[in-house]
Write a protein that binds this ligand. Sequence first.
Ligand SMILES: Nc1ncnc2c1ncn2[C@@H]1O[C@H](COP(=O)(O)OP(=O)(O)OP(=O)(O)O)[C@@H](O)[C@H]1O
Length: 259
Amino acid sequence: MTTILKVEGLVKAYTGGTLALKGIDLTVEEGEFIAVIGPSGAGKSTLLRSINRLIEPTEGTVAFLGEVMNSNSKRSLRRWRAQIGMIFQHYNLVNRSSVLENVLHGRLGYMSPLAGVLGRYSEEDKQAAVDLLTKVGLGNEVFKRADELSGGQMQRVGISRAIMQQPKLILADEPIASLDPKSSSVVMDTIYENCRSRGIACLVNLHQVEVAKKYATRIVGIKGGAKVFDGSPEELTEEMIYDIYQGKEHEMHAQASGE
Ligand SMILES: Nc1ncnc2c1ncn2[C@@H]1O[C@H](COP(=O)(O)OP(=O)(O)OP(=O)(O)O)[C@@H](O)[C@H]1O
């Protein structure tokens, strides 16, 4: 089995003194679908964003496909990021661009900056983007502006954009936190099926324990910036869940009321 990601001793101290990560070790193997759970403020977003250097960690290393990532080399960072898809809670689409263009943005990391600015995507990429959109049920929305879509549809565009990168790893930061239960379920199914069928490893931050248990091959529990659980969904006992969410028990089933 190929090790996709190896995080060692990751520490993040924000300016102002908050110690958001207190030395996290985490290994992700090929094809794993890992849910990161924990209450708000536990450090889940900081962990995910430190992995692809949207946040600069204070200490520790992140090795992607055996190579330690280093922000000093812009070229290497671009190459790493091209292979790591990111899915965001608020979708991060370009609202005034079409659905198709948003998905094609997934190819930018593989193009020259000039070709990217001019939108010179290959016919092959355009066809692949249309195929992907059709598969996620958005075949009729290809030419719509992104902001004409519902939240659940926008997130499926975000997923398609990540898949267009042909990534080895997807990082999904609370992908369903702004969605109603029905859309959440469609979005989670879409992420899961795409990752499993393409052999993409996935690290997904989730509040809801039941969603984590339904999809994850492994669950990582974060509390106060430290990893307090790392095991199979079956090994995550009720007692452990209550310990992770101690004082914030209402959050373990938290679900948005609508899009
Ligand atoms: N930019 C920042 N500057 C200072 N402190 C921050 C910053 N971002 C996050 N924090 C703090 O770091 C800690 C971890 O935050 P983080 O957002 O990683 O947690 P989380 O588990 O993702 O929570 P949530 O589910 O609410 O997003 C919190 O105490 C938070 O207030």
